[in-house]
Design a binder for this molecule. Structure first.
Ligand code: ZN
Length: 341
């Protein structure tokens, strides 16, 4: 197995016959059995695009979910997703989200069949993404528990059941997406990392947490402009994660104002280095991707470094996302050649 095993943060754009492009929470354009079949065809295409770009650890491109957080929540008992509420998420933008109205419980598997399907269509290592407990709490309206911490612990147990079943389906890496870790630092310290550790309890596969500065949507781009010249948010979280039970940390490096030396705080962990920016349609050159990887190699040993995208690519066009996948693969090939010198 070559060094610099390459992967993606998670999502890819969906085909336009499945959902309208360039939007979050895009509605499905198919129904019933045609929707089931359409989602599976979209997964096949997402996997094929990754394989042809040279991605080693592939995901299903999140083709079977409308949104990385709310789709999971809507599959739980105790949630009303017909009467949605508008709340401010990540302290940044308003979204229509599901409402927790009673005790939440997982009565049936959510993504386990999808994970089995992913496993059946690729020989490569496969990664599956789930939302993290804090990001779930931050993407709903809670009319029942009235405590972010309490609800996060309930979600952590539910996520753990789901993750164990996904692992049993043959998935190699389970990643929890926690963009909220870049916003609520006191909560991360007080219960965020602990609930995440509860979610991975008993897993023997690789476990990851993805912490980013968000999709390339306007609210996030505006927010980034307020963060100053140096983005030091990771400085607060990385030491906690370095001591945690989580194996891999996925973060944003390409085109960002994160001082690269902060990744040294993750000593002992695998680091998924975002080497492709998802907030612009401009496609990186392979040399730019290789330069980001080489900068990270000064602080992370090659066997612990996994080149990756900064974040999910669902809001991008398919042609841009495909070109960025190929830039990532080609950039990694350059970086590998450099390592052999
Ligand atoms: Zn992200």
């Amino acid at each position: 197995m070559p060094l610099l095993q390459t992967t993606i943060a998670g999502s890819l754009p969906k085909p336009s016959w499945l959902a309208p492009p360039n939007q979050l929470w895009a509605p499905w354009l198919l129904e019933g059995e045609r929707l089931t079949e359409g989602k599976r065809d979209a997964v096949r295409l997402a996997v094929a695009d990754q394989e042809s770009a040279g991605i080693d650890i592939v995901s299903d491109g999140e083709q079977t979910r409308r949104h990385f957080v709310t789709t999971f929540i809507e599959n739980l008992d105790g949630v009303d997703f017909q009467h949605r509420k508008t709340v401010r998420i990540r302290n940044r933008y308003d979204a229509d989200v599901p409402m927790v109205v009673g005790s939440v419980a997982r009565r049936h598997p959510v993504y386990v069949e999808d994970a089995k399907f992913l496993r059946s269509v690729t020989q490569r290592k496969a990664k599956y993404t789930l939302p993290g407990p804090m990001t779930m709490v931050d993407t709903l309206y809670d009319d029942h528990y009235r405590s972010r911490q309490k609800l996060a612990w309930v979600f952590a147990e539910i996520l753990n059941e789901e993750a164990l079943a996904i692992e049993a389906a043959g998935i190699d890496v389970i990643q929890f997406d926690e963009p909220a870790f870049n916003v609520y630092f006191e909560e991360v310290r007080d219960w965020g990392v602990a609930t995440l550790e509860r979610a991975v309890q008993g897993l023997r596969c690789k476990t990851a947490v993805h912490i980013c500065y968000g999709y390339g949507i306007k609210a996030n781009i505006d927010w980034k402009k307020t963060l100053g010249q140096e983005w030091r948010q990771y400085e607060q979280t990385f030491p906690l994660l370095a001591r945690s039970a989580i194996g891999q940390i996925s973060l944003e490096c390409a085109n960002s104002h994160v001082p690269i030396e902060l990744i040294a705080l993750l000593d002992g962990k695998d680091v998924l280095v975002g080497a492709v920016d998802v907030a612009t349609d401009r496609v990186e050159s392979p040399e730019e991707v290789a330069a980001t990887i080489c900068a990270a190699l000064q602080y992370v040993p090659a066997e612990c470094l996994y080149p990756c995208t900064n974040c999910g690519m669902v809001p991008l066009s398919r042609s841009v996302a495909r070109a960025k996948l190929h830039a990532l693969g080609a950039g990694v090939a350059l970086a590998r050649a450099d390592l052999r010198k």
